[in-house]
Design a protein around this ligand. Structure first.
Ligand SMILES: Nc1ncnc2c1ncn2[C@@H]1O[C@H](COP(=O)(O)OP(=O)(O)O)[C@@H](O)[C@H]1O
Ligand SMILES: CC(=O)N[C@@H](CCC(=O)OP(=O)(O)O)C(=O)O
Length: 311
């Protein structure tokens, strides 16, 4: 059954079930009260306008419950479609887009232009106040060119990968975000940075969100994508990963492609003091609330030991 608005009707929930849900959620709300949670909203998770609206409502509810949410968004598939329309070829190495000068202009236009403002509009439609910026604004993220090497499998010689204008955060000036949060607004950030010389850099949104999580002392980093979480070789969801286990899965090839920057980010933020980093299926309605406010969570959580570290 559907409502006239087109939204799916809410199934009947008994009073007992409602009380159970509330009593489970309240201690979690207290745990996160006043704390920062960085949510990375991936391009694949922006599946439909309805999903985007639900995501925005969840973010507004986090803010209303006393949490300080910061949204970092991606937009890889949307950039890909725009490059195709403009007939610009694009290639990936280890999940990162090779970005020449022409491409970086398109990346900035799509991320900091259309996607950023759409997420801001969705949050405001859901009753919140959002301020959309990119890493360029207020010098939030000072970037440097990403240095990567790759071992040639035949000769075993390390060669430098030149990905063009792909950057990595060198410095984060988080005071810009404190100002936004203090004004009761939710920051929505596009993953673009500038070097001290003024060059624009395309930064993988997972890496960018990780740098923001570390700089803001976030309690959680949530990475929303289009799979349940990290899957093992038999395609089963792995619920908890220690740093050592996460590294092993990259090394033995169980984790590949776009999942590599995600897991590398999870490892790096946990090493730098974020208590838990979670990879989640952004296509599932209310996944953010389910992860934060229920006992078992719903995605793959990477933490120091891989055990539940709830305090
Ligand atoms: N072990 C794994 N478990 C889950 N997904 C994996 C794994 N290895 C590779 N992937 C791929 O990583 C993709 C997620 O990365 P990506 O497409 O870049 O997401 P996003 O656009 O949300 O950042 C999955 O759709 C899947 O194809
Ligand atoms: C260097 C690099 O690969 N940058 C990404 C930035 C967007 C992004 O990361 O978006 P998703 O999270 O939706 O994949 C890109 O150009 O696609």
């Amino acid at each position: 059954m559907t409502k006239p608005s087109g939204e799916t009707a809410v199934p009947h929930i008994s009073r007992e079930d409602k009380a159970k849900v509330l009593s489970e959620a309240l201690p979690f709300m207290q745990r996160y009260d006043g704390r920062t949670v960085v949510v990375k909203y991936g391009g694949h998770a922006m599946g439909s306008p309805e999903l985007s609206r639900r995501f925005a409502r969840d973010i507004v509810q986090l803010k209303q419950s006393g949490i300080n949410p910061i949204v970092v968004h991606g937009g890889g598939p949307q950039i890909g479609r725009m490059l195709e329309r403009l007939q610009i070829n694009s290639a990936f190495e280890d999940g990162l887009r090779v970005t020449d000068r022409e491409t970086v202009g398109v990346v900035e236009m799509v991320l900091a232009g259309s996607i950023n403002k759409q997420v801001v509009a969705d949050i405001q439609y859901a009753g919140g106040r959002a301020i959309g910026i990119s890493g360029k604004d207020g010098n939030l993220v000072v970037a440097r060119k990403l240095r990567r090497t790759r071992k040639d499998p035949d000769s075993n010689i390390e060669r430098i990968l030149d990905l063009g204008f792909v950057g990595e955060p060198e410095e984060v000036n988080a005071d810009v975000l404190e100002g936004i949060a203090a004004s009761d607004a939710i920051p929505v950030i596009a993953p673009i940075g500038t070097s001290p010389e003024g060059d624009t850099y395309n930064i993988n949104a997972d890496t960018f969100a990780g740098a923001i999580a570390v700089a803001t002392g976030a309690k959680r980093l949530l990475l929303l994508t289009d799979v349940e979480g990290v899957l093992d070789r038999n395609k089963r969801l792995i619920r908890e990963l220690s740093l050592a286990e996460a590294r092993r899965l990259v090394h033995d090839g169980t984790i590949s492609g776009g999942m590599i920057p995600k897991i590398e980010t999870c490892i790096s933020v946990v090493e730098q003091g974020v208590e838990g980093a979670v990879i989640l299926d952004g296509r599932v309605p209310h996944i953010v609330l389910l992860e934060l406010f229920t006992e078992h969570g719903v995605g793959t959580r990477v933490s120091m030991t891989g055990a539940s570290d709830d305090d």
